[in-house]
Design a protein around this ligand. Structure first.
Ligand SMILES: NC(=O)c1ccc[n+]([C@@H]2O[C@H](COP(=O)([O-])OP(=O)(O)OC[C@H]3O[C@@H](n4cnc5c(N)ncnc54)[C@H](O)[C@@H]3O)[C@@H](O)[C@H]2O)c1
Length: 286
């Protein structure tokens, strides 16, 4: 379903999109000539890191299509928004294909859809919770990549960026489904990076530490604080110095994360693939 169809780039893009037949330049060359604007899809673009990425890309004059299961609170004029639930495989395929047809080709996508698990310990997990967290955080990411990879292969260029987490490399007690899902996402990134390495497509994750100001930020803090011995409440972090969690002594902000996402979306990042870039104030350096 489409909302806010403010995109007036069809002819512009359709005329020059794609560059099939071009020899691989290891992902340095964008798929078109000088007159084509860059085009990005942001999945989970209604709030938090996804919404901030949409805004940053829009500010830079690129064409952005945002996808989410809920509409953004504030619609950006000129940004196309599509409702999609990433748990719905057929819906993901349909919406991605439809959006691709409108824009012709994309330069890259950001997968920022994600859910938490209420910091569940083993005995608190059930099938429903496991299914939800793995479906959104892992299977949805694969569904989106599967829908968009063929078009990137055709143009010989693409940037896939997934929002992982420090929970993709380290764990604490509890938060089991979320930690498993983010570790799995690290595997998705490595596997896809190798599958598409010779097609001009790079595949990476950004692995943020706790970022304040997003919808799931408090829950992320709960996960992290809950994993510390003797502490079970996120409130303690506000009473205690934040450097207990992050060596830099502050929580992250969306503004501290988005530039790294933009870099991984850029042509200049062509030699970075298969990695999870920690943007975590030193959290995983210990
Ligand atoms: N905020 C943090 O501290 C933090 C830290 C590390 C990693 N992350 C990761 O960053 C990503 C973005 O989270 P955020 O902090 O911006 O939170 P957020 O809740 O603001 O954003 C998540 C977005 O995903 C969307 N979403 C959830 N389920 C969906 C579904 N089934 N289909 C489509 N969209 C769906 C939500 O509607 C929401 O817009 C997540 O993967 C999260 O795990 C966040």
């Amino acid at each position: 379903m489409i909302a806010n169809m403010g995109v007036e780039h069809n002819e512009q893009i359709g005329a020059s999109a794609g560059n099939p037949g071009q020899e691989s330049t290891a992902g340095t060359a964008r798929p078109s000539g000088a007159f084509r604007r860059e085009v990005f899809f942001v999945i989970g673009g209604a709030s938090g890191l996804g919404a901030a990425t949409v805004e940053a890309l829009h500010d830079r004059g690129t064409v952005v299509v945002a996808f989410d299961r809920v509409a953004p609170k504030v619609a950006l004029p000129g940004v196309e928004f599509r409702l999609v639930d990433v748990r719905d495989a057929a819906g993901v395929e349909r919406e991605m294909q439809d959006a691709l047809e409108r824009v012709g080709a994309i330069d890259g996508f950001v997968y920022a859809a994600g859910v938490l698990d209420g910091h569940a310990y083993l005995g608190e997990t059930n099938e429903e919770l496991l299914d939800l967290v793995l479906d959104v955080n892992v299977k949805g990411a694969i569904r989106v990549a599967r829908a968009l990879a063929p078009s990137m292969c055709e143009t010989g260029y693409g940037r896939m960026v997934f929002i992982g987490s420090i929970a993709g490399t380290v764990a604490g007690a509890g938060g089991l489904p979320y930690t498993v899902s983010k570790h799995a996402l690290t595997g998705v990134v490595k596997s896809l990076a190798l599958e598409f390495a010779d097609r001009g497509i790079t595949v990476n994750a950004i692995a943020p530490g706790a970022v304040s100001g997003t919808n799931i930020a408090t829950g992320v803090l709960d996960q992290m604080v809950g994993s510390l011995p003797g502490e079970r409440s996120s409130e303690s972090i506000f009473g205690q110095p934040a450097h207990k969690l992050h060596p830099v002594g502050r929580l992250g902000t969306v503004d501290a994360i988005v530039p790294s996402i933009l870099h991984l979306l850029s042509p200049q990042s062509w030699f970075i693939t298969g990695t999870s870039l920690a943007v975590d104030g030193g959290y995983t350096a210990r």
